[in-house]
Design a protein around this ligand. Sequence first.
Ligand code: DAH
Length: 348
Amino acid sequence: MEPSVMESDKSLLEIVEEMRRDIEAAGLGSEQEAEAFRVRYLGQKNGLVTNLFKRIREVPPETRREAGQRLNALKKLAETRLDDARTQLRQDQSQDRAAIDLTLPGRRPSPPGSTHPLTTTLNDIVRIFERLGFVVAEGPEIEDDWHNFTALNFPPDHPARDMQDTLFIEASDGGEGGIMLRTHTSPVQIRAMHAGDPPFRLIAPGRVYRNESITYKSYCLFHQVEGLVVDEGVTMADLKHVLFTFARTFFGDDVKLRFRPSFFPFTEPSAELDIWWPLPDHPDGGRWMEILGSGMVDPNVLEAVGIDSERYTGYAFGMGVERPAMLRYNIDDIRILYENDVRFLEQF
Ligand code: DAH
């Protein structure tokens, strides 16, 4: 009778038998467990079953065939258990996903976005001037003293240069100098004129910043639209015509307007435009509200950017965007424009 494997190599077969029981009992309830099982028994490098195959040489040749068959069966068992476990795990997973609770309320689609009232107002203003032949120019929000103040004919001791009004990034060493958040869009006039030659007919919309205390009527940042026209023979009548055309287009044909003398360092003469705003509860039935500053470009400004002020004249204007937006939409507190409260934004 041929000697059986049992007798000739008990230890290997004992191991096989023990491992068979372990493999049958192994818990394979999760992908982590399945992977640990694969590495433990079938891993290429140090898998327990894989290693047993390396010991087949120790088995005497007569019983080697039987030992090989036993090992192959063990390997097959481990592979089958692993395959079955993984198939089951995949099934469980897709069942989880398919488990839709039909009694749940439907999900509301998120509401479509809309344009912020400030953006709408700014775009409307820009469009009116574009129809009057103006082109849009831009400048940086971080400015230097020369563009923001000096070239605009601000004297070195002008109060606007003070820390109280201007948000400095690099302080000035008294008077001129320093880097700041622009306090108005007027420096874009300087940049445009410096970079090109007359004629100019541009508007510059953008953000400006001031070191203001924050209240219902003032904020540390707001928006302006700047305008500049420079050519031969430009007069104050041209300025007044353009501003009145703008105001009537924006506020309505029957708006009451007042063109009132004022002062700005960069214009001479200067004027402000007021509109009459009817208020039923007001003792006077309404009140004048300033909506923009303007004037004829001061010859000092033209000379600062190398334009011959004997040959060329120009006008400029600058208006805030927040006030017209607040008038138009009946908003009584500027801060609400910057809080991004959806209950406010949803109304637009
Ligand atoms: N820069 C001025 C301000 O911030 C507004 C302004 C006034 C702009 C008169 C102009 C101008 O261009 O001519 O208050």
